[in-house]
Design a protein around this ligand. Structure first.
Ligand SMILES: NC(=O)c1ccc[n+]([C@@H]2O[C@H](COP(=O)([O-])OP(=O)(O)OC[C@H]3O[C@@H](n4cnc5c(N)ncnc54)[C@H](OP(=O)(O)O)[C@@H]3O)[C@@H](O)[C@H]2O)c1
Length: 441
């Protein structure tokens, strides 16, 4: 049989694109032996042809026109590694409509345009592979799509942003403030110049939305996800966590409510018991715990970003795509990559009144008589029951105090309403900080 030549176009030659190229080149012979096919990068799109790069390529490979790659009928696989929305969306849709396999790391694009992207694939006979879009080097998409295919997923919990986990870990281990760690993280290149995608929880939400789609077949609109980043976490919160056997983690939750099967997606700073696996995952690592009805809990831990980790995931997709191109009957689609709702009808989204948790609330209050009674009365009016209260003076004349409250089980709606009323109290000095106390199995 004549050896097949698989032609690959890379749109983007930055952190990830250069990693993919150098791994494909360095392990060319191995891949050829495994696949019985030659993987060849035939075109690379960049913005600036004159930029100095870590990985050098012949100038004849480079173009500034990614659409030329999307529209080139000789290219089999297009890797979208540019990021962003405008051009990336055009390129993605054009590639899929012309029947190519699209390999993408662009979680923001999938989160915002997933339905359109998958429709374009179905319409044009193309395929979308996106292992690198969630948790970098951890093969979690493959785990859900293939290894765990027989399972229904009652809950998925994830540490999906390495920058936030790095900041929270160093706040815990070194007692430094969020701001101090952030500026160091920027200097070390762990955080972007515009850090908000990471620290405001946006990046983790993009990934949570993709996992929710994979597990439950529904694109949850970004605005339906409750999101809070890590910027409001202080040393008071860290001290409470340490004293009580918890770690604070930015946790993405993709949950099916036990009583009614509705879907809940959130990304919130969360108190996680140190006895639970995710409570011990530190630094830039990502971790995902998946509960399947057949398998039970499986946990995946590893590097969630960076050149090599992300390239590893992109190349796994390129190899899957190549196998498909080599062995397919032309009409067949990739198995399991277009997740239909596993239980038939589209899953409904849960309301805040249907979400149950214990909560932690930190308040900065005037330290004066009657304050605690006011707070207790507000909580009682929302049927939120106190589990513990602790108080710490915050300045020398002790005029203000940091008050930390934990609650018994209540609903998200009740705690939101209570926090709004607490903030309105004259004795409460700033917006209260609230986070769930994760009841992970
Ligand atoms: N970095 C990570 O660790 C990581 C992890 C997981 C997923 N991802 C995702 O992977 C994607 C790429 O990330 P990255 O970190 O590699 O980004 P990057 O370093 O900024 O590289 C982006 C590349 O795309 C090129 N590009 C951008 N707009 C273009 C346009 N309109 N036309 C032609 N070329 C264009 C840039 O060209 P120039 O070089 O000429 O500027 C650059 O080569 C993003 O979707 C990101 O979210 C990244």
């Amino acid at each position: 049989m004549k050896e097949k030549n698989i032609k690959i176009g890379l749109c983007g030659f930055g952190v990830v694109g250069q990693g993919v190229y150098s791994q494909l080149s360095g392990k060319k012979a191995y891949l050829q032996e495994q696949l019985g096919a030659n993987l060849e990068v035939v075109r690379i799109a960049v913005r600036d042809l004159n930029k100095t790069r870590d990985v050098s390529v012949g100038s004849s490979l480079l173009t500034t026109d990614p659409m030329a790659i999307a529209n080139d009928p000789t290219i089999d696989i297009l890797c979208e590694l540019m990021g962003g929305q405008g051009v990336a969306l055009e390129v993605t849709l054009a590639a899929l409509r012309s029947g190519k396999v699209l390999v993408t790391a662009n979680k923001a694009l999938l989160c915002d345009h997933g339905a359109e992207i998958f429709a374009a694939a179905a319409e044009g006979g193309g395929h979308v592979l996106f292992e690198a879009s969630v948790a970098g080097g951890i093969p979690v998409i493959k785990a859900i799509n293939e290894g765990l295919i027989i399972n229904n997923f009652s809950s998925i919990y994830g540490i999906l942003n390495g920058t936030c986990n790095y900041i929270l870990t160093r706040m815990t281990n070194e007692g430094l403030s969020y701001q101090e760690i952030l500026s160091q993280a920027k200097t070390l290149g762990y955080a972007e110049a515009d850090e908000s995608l990471d620290v405001d929880g946006i990046d983790a939400t993009h990934k949570a939305v993709i996992l929710a789609y994979l597990a439950h077949g529904r694109w949850v609109p970004f605005e339906n996800v409750l999101v809070q980043g890590v910027t409001a976490v202080t040393q008071d919160d860290i001290a409470f966590a340490k004293e009580n056997g918890y770690a604070i983690k930015l946790i993405a939750v993709i949950d099916r409510i036990q009583d009614n099967g509705k879907l809940y997606v959130s990304v919130l700073p969360t108190l996680v018991s140190k006895k639970y696996s995710l409570g011990t995952v530190d630094g830039v690592f990502n971790a995902i715990s998946i509960h399947g009805d057949v398998v039970g809990e499986t946990v995946y831990i590893g590097p969630g970003a960076g050149r090599n980790a992300t390239s590893s995931a992109v190349i796994a997709d390129v190899v899957d795509a190549s196998k498909h191109l080599i062995y397919r009957c032309s009409e067949t689609r990739f198995p399991f990559l277009d997740p239909a709702p596993r239980n038939g009808a589209e899953v409904e989204l849960a309301e805040p009144a249907e979400i149950h948790s214990r909560y932690y609330v930190r308040l900065l209050v005037m330290d004066q008589p009657g304050v605690m009674a006011e707070i207790a009365s507000i909580l009682a009016s929302h049927e939120v029951s106190l589990a513990s209260v602790s108080q710490k003076e915050v300045n020398e004349d002790a005029a203000k105090a940091s008050l930390i409250i934990t609650t018994h089980m209540t609903t998200e709606q009740a705690i939101f309403d209570a926090v709004v009323d607490l903030e309105a109290l004259a004795s409460v000095e700033e917006k209260p900080f609230c986070m769930p106390i994760g009841a992970f199995k």
